[in-house]
Design a protein around this ligand. Structure first.
Ligand code: GLU
Length: 298
């Protein structure tokens, strides 16, 4: 274990309850747990249940059971984003008052015609009649650079590549980018270890942290587990749920996928013991600089 860091480490795993954990999401949970515990940090779980149309009934409870069955015990109570509307609303109100967000009535078709980039205010006098999204007006000074723990130097000019992005969706739901930034600050997260499918969102999150005056976090994006055809294992493509009845085997496979080689005698131990070995031997440098990495075949 490394000596206590100067700044306290708080990590988190933040699943969306669109289905139970599959191999890829378990490996992400394991990596974020190991990185936190190796640095003597706290590790929190946040349930990102803010998009009911995409969610599967019972998935949130099943995910928590799967984590516990694998010895992945979290600190504090689980934070549910479905309970956080007031906090998100408050931030939106503040941004509206500062005139940094604006209502947008544009259709998908209109956006497509502009190459998907929304660059300017499209309403006059903040017209809020009818269904509309709220977009953050991004400035030209929005070149964001950061050093990813696994993937190295990253750079994105938000205005030029993403444009003004949505914080409140037209269907009235809070956008992921808003909720994640507000909650990471609220939970005093310092390190985020997650899949590379979110690498493209990170600059937007850092930008929003700057706009809101929150501290910037450290990010590490792991390769995403893919099937033989190169498709991301996802709850949507019905990747197999990890079996709570073989936790040590699942963890063993996840550790190997994270380039750790536990000793043979731990193959049939408890999940807790295998994780304790992982905490001691966790090595950030071993993680490949890859966006995608094939999942093992079970
Ligand atoms: N809820 C997101 C997901 O399950 C992860 C968000 C994050 O780690 O920032 O893909």
């Amino acid at each position: 274990m490394v000596p206590s860091p100067a700044t306290p480490y708080t990590g988190r795993f933040a699943p969306s309850p669109t289905g139970p954990l599959h191999f890829g999401s378990l490996a992400t949970a394991v990596a974020s747990y190991l990185d936190a515990r190796h640095h003597e940090g706290r590790w929190l779980v946040r349930m990102e249940d803010i998009d009911p149309p995409r969610e599967m009934s019972g998935a949130a409870d099943r995910i928590l059971q799967q984590l516990e069955a694998h010895g992945l015990y979290w600190d504090d109570a689980v934070l549910y984003q479905s309970q956080r509307s007031e906090a998100y609303q408050e931030v939106l109100q503040q941004l509206l008052e500062q005139d940094i967000v604006y209502p947008c009535h544009c259709s998908r078709q209109q956006l497509k015609e502009r190459g998907g980039l929304h660059l300017h205010r499209c309403t006059h006098d903040g017209d809020t009649d009818g269904p509309h999204a709220l977009r953050l007006g991004v400035t030209e000074q929005s070149e964001i650079g950061f050093e990813d723990i696994f993937q190295g130097k990253q750079q994105q000019h938000i205005k030029q590549t993403v444009g003004d992005f949505v914080l409140l969706r037209k269907d009235g739901l809070f956008a992921y980018q808003l909720a994640v930034v507000v909650d990471d600050a609220f939970q005093q997260i310092s390190h985020i270890i997650r899949g590379s499918d979110l690498l493209n969102s990170t600059a937007r999150q850092i930008y929003l942290q700057q706009v809101l005056g929150f501290s910037q976090l450290l990010y590490g994006h792991l390769p995403v587990a893919v099937d033989l055809q190169g498709h991301k294992l996802s709850k949507q493509n019905l990747a197999k749920a990890v079996d709570e009845h073989s936790p040590t085997l699942n963890l063993w496979t996840a550790l190997q996928w994270l380039k750790l080689t536990p000793p043979e005698e731990l193959r049939h131990t408890t999940p807790e013991q295998l994780l304790a070995w992982g905490v001691n031997h966790w090595q950030r440098e071993a993680i490949p600089h890859l966006m995608l990495q094939p999942a093992p075949i079970f």
